[in-house]
Design a protein around this ligand. Sequence first.
Ligand SMILES: Nc1ncnc2c1ncn2[C@@H]1O[C@H](COP(=O)(O)OP(=O)(O)OP(=O)(O)O)[C@@H](O)[C@H]1O
Ligand SMILES: [Mg+2]
Length: 593
Amino acid sequence: MAKPNKRLLRRFASDWMAEHWRLFALGALFSAITAIAVASYGLMVKTGLDWLSATEYGQSDVKIPLLNIVVPSGKMIWLLPCAVIGFATIRSISLYVQTILNNSAVQKGLVSVQDALFSRLIEGDYKRLTAAASGEFVSQFINDMNLVREAALRIATNLIKGVLTVLACVITMFWYDWALALMVLVVYPIAFAPVVEIGNRLRKVSKAAQQQTGEMTALLNEGFQGGRTSKAFNLEEYQNARAHAGFMERARLYLKVLRSKALVDPLLEIVGGAALAGVFAFTGWRIMNGEATVGDFGGFIAAIGAASPEVRALGTLNAVANEGLAAIERIYAVLDAPDEVADKPNAKTIVDVKGGLKFENVSFSYGDQSVLNGLNFSAKPGETIALVGPSGAGKSTVFNLALRFFDVSDGNVKLDGADIRDLQRQSLRNQMSLVSQDAFLFDDTIRTNIALGKMDATEAEILAAMDAAACEFVHDLPEGLDTQAGEGGRNLSGGQRQRIAIARAILKNSPILLLDEATSALDAASEAKVQKALENLSKGRTTLIIAHRLSTVRSADKIFVFDQGQVVEEGNHETLMQNDSAYADLVKLQVSN
Ligand SMILES: Nc1ncnc2c1ncn2[C@@H]1O[C@H](COP(=O)(O)OP(=O)(O)OP(=O)(O)O)[C@@H](O)[C@H]1O
Ligand SMILES: [Mg+2]
């Protein structure tokens, strides 16, 4: 296990952090300055204590350690406090600068990680987006990023500062009393073994905790978005119970992680206590034998005091780093997962297709659920064809396949005779305008929502598209085109959303039009108008219409009746009515209602 993780860490560092090495290097420099300033405390304590005991015994001179100069006792009264203040100032400034530098580097790196993760998800496979709960992705951006940030910062900050401080303290300790220093050095590492073990255990538990956080995010999202349904059905209790179960599970996993984590500090506390006891006993004995001074003792204690927080931080660093590593693992799992639906290396870029669309013997299933079974139909360039049939028959799925959100499991889909798997996906989708059944809008202005069909559209083009899609209602909104659509478009009515989505598709002006229940939510007057506009629009374009309301497909060149993933009947309205079979039955049913 250890090796691949190390490799992952190296990969993470070189992918995202290495480019900010200048900031990290400067941070390290200031870490070193901080470390030296901290270690100097011990020296000052030793000097101070030696001075005080010298003064107590009536001696007039004090030897300054390291510098090896002799200072008259009277001068020490201002020299020492000045030195203490000087070093404290250096230490605080360098600490501050180091913190800012390391944070800047890590934040910059994390922006790139988030960019990469987001675009990987958005540009990647549609299948993956629909396969996992969206909360899991959200949680990756919030929780995993926090864990990585914490780990990267701790490594950048604690590792260098900690190691250097401990090193500087250890060196001064050896200088005071090598035998004592040796003793402390032996005790510490023995005590560290369990701390490292805890870090490893933590990684496994934190994985489960993260997964659960993803589920929680999804649950909360759903809870707030489903407000309308939950109120209408008095589902507050049901919602509360679902959320409560999630909260309980979260608490359980949190405590599980904490039980390991909480051991680290007490363990280190014991080690610190043992070290202090040892120093008392040993130095006391040496001072009694005249082999050490009170200053040595003080300096030693000060050095341990200065090194202890750093040792403690280094002790917990392993645990934090392991949590960060788990998050990095999850991030790379997303980044590295291959797309099932991907462009071939030599995929052809298409422009201005004629628009012949053909499904040949297409079978398809979502996972285990088979939806299409040997489906055959085709639309000649410029033709308008309609797909009708019962709910769940697989009509919207046909659009998903035409746009290549998924690949067929058998048979093929051809555009102008070319298998769409040989075409570059973006260029394929550029040829098609979809008005989807859910008429999804982004939480942006209505203007932007329409302009998404053609990013460089002029105001006149936007207005023309709106006019064709019967969007006059927009002008009556308080902020007109600049009205915010709300999350998913919830500030607008279903029919209004549909008309915006149609305006967007009209603006896109592509050779193939895919209309999935595009006018289902409109009133009769708006529908008549939009229908007219769509009919105009469909002239010279291949148009596929899915509709339950059969009056809207009457004029289609060809109608395909779907059932259970197959075409059971085809023809135009007149021939199908003469057949007096499935389609005729549906029409009669709708008319009689
Ligand atoms: N993303 C998905 N994952 C799994 N199953 C799906 C998915 N989308 C649709 N299905 C299933 O595929 C079947 C066909 O769905 P599809 O949306 O194509 O039906 P439809 O003919 O458009 O129905 P409707 O008229 O109600 O819109 C349904 O049984 C549905 O449960
Ligand atoms: Mg559908």
